[in-house]
Design a protein around this ligand. Structure first.
Ligand code: ADE
Length: 225
């Protein structure tokens, strides 16, 4: 899989997508990630990438030309499954969307800043608009990192324990059961006996019941769907 991220702040991705499991996915050749600086594509002599909104109002709008040229260049090089625009007014990101996107070969993720991009970019290039929640960030970069992480960890071979992505919270519309590790007794804080029993059937049953109880308490909406 190849992910091309279009941004005014490529340095923002150093860290979230270049460490730990994401780094290993890249090193193993399971995913290729490219961070493109939109400013490198502007034809404006002052390197401008934004302008005032027609009709007035506060905030700048990202101009069409550098983004369009960059998308055209990438599309000329390979076929993309999706051009995704990160925006608080997109569809809400959830596990189901991550699952679908993880089957893609090539995707472009466009990060907006200021008041966002000129609507004509959205109308003519963008195939999917994603929000990571009902709150407004300063730009789409953190959101793009969240979406990329959620997609990449689903690519076969990325997680060391192949089954673990399948038992995540949300994968079956239930939150995960609580987990414990050694020591079994930390200054009197004890691990539930059942987990030490060695009886796998009982452990599985306990986990299922805990997952259900947690979901009912914290996210009853998941049980209604
Ligand atoms: N850009 C700014 N806020 C955002 C959000 N909540 N989701 C996606 N992109 C955004």
């Amino acid at each position: 899989m190849r992910i091309d991220i279009l941004t005014l702040f490529p340095e923002m991705f150093e860290g979230p997508l270049t460490q730990s499991i994401m780094k290993r996915a890249v090193d193993k050749g399971l995913v290729e990630m490219y961070f493109h600086d939109i400013r490198d594509y502007t034809l404006d002599k002052h390197k401008k990438v934004d302008d005032y909104a027609f009709g007035g109002g506060a905030g700048m709008v990202m101009t069409i030309q550098p983004i369009a040229d960059l998308i055209e260049k990438l599309k000329g090089e390979r076929k993309y499954d999706h051009v995704i625009y990160m925006t608080p007014d997109g569809q809400r990101f959830e596990q189901r969307i991550a699952n679908t996107l993880s089957l893609s070969e090539n995707i472009i993720i466009l990060c907006g800043h200021y008041k966002g991009v000129d609507q004509r970019i959205r109308d003519n290039y963008v195939t999917m608009e994603i929000s990571i929640g009902d709150y407004v960030l300063t730009g789409g970069e953190l959101a793009a990192a969240v979406v990329s992480d959620a997609i990449i960890r689903l690519i076969p071979g990325v997680m060391s324990d192949e089954t673990s992505a399948l038992t995540d919270s949300f994968q079956d519309d239930l939150l995960s059961p609580p987990v414990y590790t050694r020591p079994a007794d930390y200054n009197g804080w004890k691990v539930p006996d059942v987990l030490l029993s060695g009886n796998q059937a009982m452990i599985d049953q306990w986990r299922e019941q805990q997952a259900y109880e947690r979901t009912r308490k914290i996210r009853p909406d998941l049980l209604e769907e």
